[in-house]
Design a protein around this ligand. Structure first.
Ligand SMILES: CC(=O)N[C@H]1[C@@H](OP(=O)(O)OP(=O)(O)OC[C@H]2O[C@@H](n3ccc(=O)[nH]c3=O)[C@H](O)[C@@H]2O)O[C@H](CO)[C@@H](O)[C@@H]1O
Ligand SMILES: C=C(OP(=O)(O)O)C(=O)O
Length: 437
């Protein structure tokens, strides 16, 4: 596992180009399994999780051509279903969360889908009931091998459209059910569907492939099944979580940064959420300009003067993936904030490290932490730390960049799984960061 060595306390300056969205990439890559025709996808981020999924597709027999670093063509005209029964698949399939989304397309097109319990961040319980309840609603039979943590769904006679009210607005669950429903016979209605930009993008891609979907962008999707889908070209949106990470990083390191081509209209509440911490930014065409916050930033209170709460919620609420970043940025704000991570129960434990570095944080329980900002009157102290999950990892990296002295972050695979060339891009802005071993 690699390590970053970071000399903090240096303001950065310059422009950054956000990578393509990891979580969208994982969805649209799985969608290539829905057609025997060629699909071209551009703006694919070159990151560990995405590359693992591309390898998995290749092992499933999908023909893959790399046109440039971030553009590929895929053709699933000769899928090797036997691979799903191999030991290699049991290992590969469980190494990332996104692999779960091969199940819907495989079930829809070939009548069978299998997956070992998928990996991803260890940030609390991550159940899959919504996915499999959805497939069962579409007429699939379900089995689960408890010893091997292996899931299977089968529908040898095809899927039949159905009405369903999802138990929770699961992002990957909605994507999976949607990809099954586009080839099911008749009409499927998915209520309480997740509607993140990732899902909207997936819907747009499926429509370009010939699917019939209405309600895109809402929590009520109506899908009229079609017999087959065709190839298409699809471009992945810039990664809104990475954009949020750069906003937080700019404020906390008091750097002047322009984030290029952010697709502002797809960012939803994210700029407003950082605005509540007092972070100023300007929309310049489709770029975000963040001035150097030399006089700090002040957390807003509610109208009645009470302390602000920042909590996650399904889209269009604030994504849980940005709360760790918001938390770390708040440690240098003027004022206080309650961070309430509602969805995951083990995502706040990294605050121990921030407390070691001198941040004023009260961890109330696994879901809530109160942050009392230093207003830059006291700098965080450099330390040695390990990245527990992708977003805690980037948050610790932001803390290290703002801290006095040299910090070491171990287990940086956790950061590399979601952030393309993060060290190279930081260096281009003037950061002192080295990848050691
Ligand atoms: C590969 C991928 O796309 N991963 C994202 C996806 O994971 P993923 O699709 O796995 O996450 P889900 O949307 O299924 O749910 C995440 C967690 O939130 C809980 N939950 C969900 C919906 C809800 O209305 N109420 C509720 O409590 C679930 O029980 C679960 O613990 O969505 C998560 C939630 O945005 C993000 O953190 C992950 O980055
Ligand atoms: C939790 C995340 O990823 P995954 O679902 O892949 O673990 C994330 O991207 O913040």
């Amino acid at each position: 596992m690699g390590t970053f060595k970071i000399e903090g306390g240096i303001p950065l300056q310059g422009e950054v180009q956000p990578q393509g969205a990891k979580n969208e990439a994982l969805q649209v890559l799985c969608a290539v399994l829905l057609t025997s025709e060629k699909v071209t996808i551009s703006n694919i981020p070159d990151i560990i999780d995405v590359n693992k999924l591309i390898t998995l597709l290749g092992n499933l027999g999908v023909k893959i051509e790399k046109l440039d670093r971030n553009t590929y063509t895929f053709q699933a005209d000769n899928v090797d279903l036997d691979y799903l029964k191999s030991d290699a698949f049991r290992e590969e399939g469980k190494s990332l969360r996104g692999s779960i989304m091969i199940v819907g397309p495989l079930l829809a097109r070939f009548g069978q889908g299998y997956i070992p319990k998928p990996g991803g961040d260890k940030i609390g319980r991550r159940r899959l009931d919504t996915h499999f309840d959805g497939f069962i609603n579409l007429g699939a039979t379900f089995r689960y091998n408890r010893e091997e943590y292996f899931y299977g769904v089968e529908a040898p006679n095809g899927l039949k459209g159905a009405y369903m009210l999802l138990d929770e607005a699961s992002v990957t669950g909605t994507a999976n059910i949607l990809m099954a429903a586009v080839l099911a016979e008749g009409t499927t209605t998915i209520y309480n569907a997740a509607c993140e930009p990732y899902i909207q993008q997936l819907c747009d891609m499926l429509v370009a492939m010939g699917a019939n979907i209405s309600g895109i962008g809402s929590n009520l999707l109506v899908i009229n099944g079609v017999q087959e889908l065709r190839g298409c070209e699809h471009r992945i949106l810039p990664d809104m979580i990475e954009i949020g990470s750069w906003i937080g990083l700019a404020a906390m390191t008091r750097s002047e940064i322009t984030i290029k081509n952010v697709s502002w209209d797809s960012l939803g509440i994210i700029p407003t959420a950082f605005g509540k911490l007092g972070i100023r930014m300007e929309k310049r065409n489709d770029d975000i300009y963040i001035p150097a916050h030399t006089n700090g930033y002040e957390i807003q209170n509610y109208i009645d003067g009470s302390i602000l709460t920042m909590a996650d919620a399904p889209w269009p609420g604030l994504t849980p993936d940005l709360l760790s970043i918001i938390l770390v940025v708040a440690t240098q704000a003027r004022g206080e904030v309650l961070i309430h991570q509602k969805m995951f129960e083990s995502r706040l434990f990294f605050v121990d490290k921030l407390i070691d570095m001198g941040a004023k944080i009260i961890l109330c329980d696994p879901h809530r932490a109160v942050i009392i900002g230093h207003d830059f009157k006291s700098q965080l102290k450099a330390t040695k730390m390990t990245s527990p999950d992708i977003r805690a990892g980037i948050s610790l990296l932001i803390a290290a960049l703002s801290a006095k002295g040299i910090s070491v972050i171990q287990n940086i695979d956790q950061i590399d799984r979601g952030y393309e060339d993060i060290d190279i891009r930081l260096k281009a802005l003037g950061a002192k960061i080295e990848r050691v071993d």
